[in-house]
Design a protein around this ligand. Structure first.
Ligand code: HMG
Length: 466
């Protein structure tokens, strides 16, 4: 029985900062942001929005669009790293909001939890729910996994231009219209790391930027090795002489903290997979330089980063490789469409890769490419750190869903903030919930945090604004 993604609905807050204003204010070359990072607009939440109401807005959209009643849903998971409470799960807030629309106790029959492992937890949540359906525990019902986050970094830090905010609600069911997961090939890796983390009570993360970039590449590659082993063992993919597993994957959708990271992840993966194949000699010929090796190829990430000479030559090699016809053919055909959305939204943490998948579907469809049967390989990464690699095939019913996709329309009319307004919002100087910049209708907003008495301190109240 095919199980996978039937539909996904997005909610992106309508405030944003433009990269040109940002670059001017921080004294950065705008070309660095547009091409070096790959960002043009960064989505930001208003004073009366939080990850829970974004999640509820995405979920309501998904349910209304698919004429789903709460009785059709057996599980609702929220994966996030922007938790609101140490104990009370974010999906309980979401249920509370949705019950304002569907009636009290409408979801009482269902279940679900909040999941956390930085950006990768949404993938674990989807995997677990797909298996809940495969195990026939679902009593004919579907699962909704919502990925919702606010990526917020310190003002003036290098992470500041990789901010973003938004939520995606993903409908996981049998006989899905969009994508059916390949079975028995999902591969994971986990290691205790401090590349990016946010201690309790701290609003912005502590980041080891260059370390996090390299760790992401290594962990996804290691999980990909596990995927490859399983794909060959189960017969999902069989390799002929000179072939690479990347030849058998039609699209790559990877975690996107920023657009350029996707491009770099593809380069890293292709180098790893092609190095031992006859085609690599042709690549080297086109490049006109040999691939450099670190002083200690078995060294740690720290020792590789400290090998300044190697890092310099490797950067030069990687940049040159990304200019070759070999890389560009794969990039244009298998990845470029998945990166479109990231450039106008920013990092969505748990939702980033799924926004990339949605972007891939919409923009490939608009190019007129026939997608049925195409295999998508996913590289999900979460700092801390864990990676998950899996794949799925686009299903015959995909057109029914994809033909209606329109990113700009679904985001809606957006309001550009001046840098002054942005900084005020960032620092919480406009904290009052009723002082929101926008007055959006037909969506959930946060109206109150805490009660008059101490026992109501953590209460959060939301309304559906008409
Ligand atoms: P940075 O200091 O801006 O890096 O930090 P940079 O100086 O190396 O510049 C970035 C790129 O811009 C380089 O290109 C420059 O050459 C280029 P590359 O070498 O990559 O090809 N550049 C220019 N291009 C055109 N014109 C110019 C110009 N100048 C420079 N004039 C960094 C970048 C990503 C490290 C920083 O923004 C950061 O710390 N971000 C937050 C952490 C992050 O996103 N890490 C990514 C991997 S970890 C991850 O994805 C997990 C995460 O999502 C969290 C989670 O799991 O929950 C973060």
């Amino acid at each position: 029985m095919p199980v996978g993604i039937d539909d996904l609905a997005i909610y992106i807050p309508k405030l944003y900062v433009d990269y040109k204003d940002f670059a001017k204010a921080r004294g950065i070359d705008p070309q660095k942001l547009e091409y070096g990072i790959g960002i043009r607009k960064m989505a930001l939440v208003d004073t009366n929005q939080d990850p829970a109401c974004m999640a509820a807005n995405a979920c309501l959209k998904l349910m209304e669009r698919n004429h789903l009643h709460p009785k059709d849903i057996g599980r609702m998971y929220v994966a996030t790293e922007s938790g609101l409470d140490e104990s009370k799960a974010m999906n309980s807030f979401v249920v509370g909001m949705l019950e304002q629309v569907y009636g009290e106790d409408a979801f009482e029959h269902a279940g679900g939890i909040e999941c956390k492992f930085a950006c990768v937890s949404g993938s674990y949540a989807i995997y677990d729910n797909a298996n809940w359906i495969r195990a026939d525990e679902n009593n004919g019902k579907a699962a909704i996994v919502i990925v919702s986050d606010i990526a917020k970094y310190d003002i003036g830090s290098a992470g500041e231009y990789t901010q973003g905010a938004g939520a995606i609600a993903i409908l996981v069911k049998d006989n899905p219209r969009l994508l059916s997961f390949d079975q028995k090939v999902t591969s994971t890796i986990i290691k205790n790391e401090y590349d990016f983390y946010r201690p309790i009570g701290k609003e912005t993360p502590l980041v080891n930027g260059n370390y996090s970039n390299l760790l992401y590449l290594i962990q996804v590659r290691k999980a990909f090795d596990g995927y490859k082993e399983k794909a060959i063992k189960t017969g999902l993919i069989s390799l002929k002489d000179g072939e690479s597993i990347t030849d058998h994957i039609d699209y790559f959708s990877v975690h996107l903290p920023y657009r350029k990271m996707g491009e770099k992840a593809l380069a890293y993966l292709l180098r790893h997979e092609w190095r031992s194949l006859p085609r690599w000699r042709q690549v080297i010929r086109e490049l006109g330089m040999e691939e450099p090796l670190p002083k200690d190829p078995r060294g740690t990430i720290e020792s590789i980063l400290a090998d300044v000479e190697f890092m310099k030559t490797d950067d030069k090699f990687r940049r040159a490789f990304m200019q070759t016809s070999f890389y560009n053919e794969v990039y244009e055909k298998k990845m470029a469409s998945s990166l479109e959305a990231s450039a106008i939204i920013g990092n969505l943490y748990t939702a980033s890769m799924y926004m990339g998948f949605r972007s891939l579907l919409e923009f490939e469809y608009k190019k007129g490419v026939e997608l049925e049967g195409k295999r998508v390989g996913f590289g999900s990464y979460g700092s801390g750190s864990s990676a998950m690699v899996f794949s799925g095939r686009i299903q015959p019913g995909y057109k029914e869903v994809v033909k209606k996709m329109n990113l700009e329309d679904e985001i809606g009319t957006r309001t550009k903030l001046s840098m002054e307004e942005y900084e005020k919002l960032h620092e919480g100087r406009t904290l009052a919930l009723n002082e929101s910049i926008l007055h959006n209708s037909r969506e959930f907003v946060l109206t109150k945090v805490g009660g008059i008495t101490a026992d109501k301190a953590g209460f959060r109240e939301y309304v559906y604004a008409n």
